[in-house]
Design a protein around this ligand. Structure first.
Ligand code: AMP
Ligand code: GLY
Length: 425
């Protein structure tokens, strides 16, 4: 069958890299794709949030399965448009995507279904929001309600910073209409993990967990980003935590979404805080994590194509168990100077061939473009994802940085301490 991958980042390149290995896949198409995906198949210049164009294309091309990468495509109603033209889709409907696209919906949903998460309150009025903070202790957690590319969350240590964040979101509309409402949450202490489950509306299959590094600079300092690196397995995510997460978070969510007429199909990504008594939900995403997905794809042994197709068709209960490589995997994100606030684009990148030649290394493209003469340039914030597997996590990390050192890109930077928490254990 033909598979269409929607999106253009490192997550999509990793999914494409894995799916291209499947004997079931006759052609891999990506929209809009990137230079890495272009090495695996055709790319078509349709934007990820152009649901009508994408559905029309998929129908004309007789695509057998569409795989939705980014949340914007799901929130734009791509799965709904594909359902209308009868093309199987791995990814949630617009209504189901609200688990990610509205934090207020997600928090209220957790309340209705008893899913453990931080206490919260929703505001559309800055004065009331500030008054609410009046008798509370820092740190204050302030979130824009809608999609803000992973940047809509502020953890403020002082009242002054919290008030400034409230004003920036509600008055100055830093995140546009995504900031018409804010959610103020209780602060949860603990270590974070990202957990993923494949869902077909009724059945959920747990994948493995990963941990990412959200802050831009070494030592987990600097501004929050979409993720500067990831590793899997996640030592905090024990089998017990996995079982608790499935029982208390994933399965009640799947049941609740079905009851509310929004059955969830796709990958449910639970951002968790591992607290001493139980895992608590920080957020849901309705897609694979980026860069967590890249480490997952490096560890997945089974063929991904039939499982995603089974999920799309509501047949996950019949799918064979997934097999994983025991060996750890790590992803180092190579970002453009200035990321996340103001990434410098256009700089020339050399040495990818040498980096890819390092044993057990695969470099995924996340934000690149290619000139006609083949010159590779930065075209986004997070630009390359250097992934490696190893006998141990330490070994995987060493290989990833050996490959990073082969890349000649003065316009980029990366963290040098990815996986430090796990290595310290
Ligand atoms: P989110 O986009 O909701 O995942 O938030 C981004 C990051 O902010 C998370 O990965 C956490 O590091 C942090 N965060 C969000 N909510 C909380 C909370 N209630 N308590 C502590 N940290 C949080
Ligand atoms: N790396 C976190 C995310 O994809 O949201």
């Amino acid at each position: 069958m033909k598979i269409l991958i929607v999106g253009s980042g490192g997550r999509e390149h990793a999914l494409g890299w894995k799916l291209a290995q499947s004997p079931l896949v006759s052609e891999l198409i990506s929209a809009p794709g990137n230079p890495g995906l272009a090495e695996l198949g055709r790319t078509v210049a349709i934007k990820a949030d152009d649901a009508r164009e994408l559905a029309g294309f998929a129908m004309r091309e007789q695509v057998g399965l569409v795989v939705i990468g980014p949340e914007v495509a799901a929130a734009a109603g791509l799965a709904d448009s594909l359902a209308q033209v009868g093309v199987p889709c791995f990814g949630p409907s617009q209504a189901a995507a609200e688990l990610e696209s509205s934090k207020a919906f997600m928090k209220d949903f957790c309340g209705r279904h008893g899913i453990p998460t931080a206490g919260y309150k929703v505001f559309d009025d800055a004065i009331r929001a500030k008054a609410y903070l009046g008798d509370r202790e820092p740190p204050f957690v302030i979130k824009a309600d809608g999609l803000a590319g992973g940047k809509g969350v502020v953890i403020a240590e002082t009242r002054r910073d919290a008030d400034a964040a409230i004003d920036e979101i509600l008055f100055l509309r830093k995140f546009g209409t995504a900031g018409q409402r804010i959610v103020i949450e209780d602060f949860l202490p603990g270590e974070e993990a990202s957990f993923f489950a494949l869902c077909d509306g009724d059945t959920a299959i747990p994948l493995i967990a990963a941990q990412d590094h959200k802050r831009a600079y070494d030592g987990d300092k600097g501004p929050n980003t979409g993720g500067m690196g990831a590793y899997s397995p996640a030592p905090v995510f024990t089998d017990k935590v996995r079982d608790q997460t499935m029982e208390r978070i994933i399965l009640p969510t799947l049941r609740g979404m079905k009851e509310e007429g929004r059955p969830f199909i796709g990958v449910l990504f639970a951002g968790l805080m591992i607290t001493p008594d139980e895992p608590k939900l920080i957020e849901f995403n309705v897609r694979f994590g980026d860069p967590e997905c890249q480490t997952l794809m490096r560890r997945l042994r089974s063929d991904l194509a039939p499982v995603l197709l089974a999920a799309a068709k509501g047949e996950l209960a019949l799918a064979p168990a997934l097999e994983w490589d025991e060996r750890p995997a790590v992803t180092v994100v190579y970002a453009a100077q200035g990321y996340p606030d103001d990434p410098l684009t256009g700089s020339v990148i050399r040495g990818l061939g040498e980096a890819n030649a390092v044993q057990d290394v695969v470099v995924f493209h996340a934000g690149t473009r290619q000139d006609e003469d083949g010159t590779l340039r930065a075209a986004g914030g997070r630009v390359l994802n250097v992934t490696a597997t190893g006998e141990t996590l330490k070994d995987a990390v060493a290989k990833a940085y050996a490959a990073v050192n082969q890349i000649d890109w003065p316009g980029g930077f990366c963290r040098r301490d990815i996986a430090w928490r796990a290595l310290a254990k």
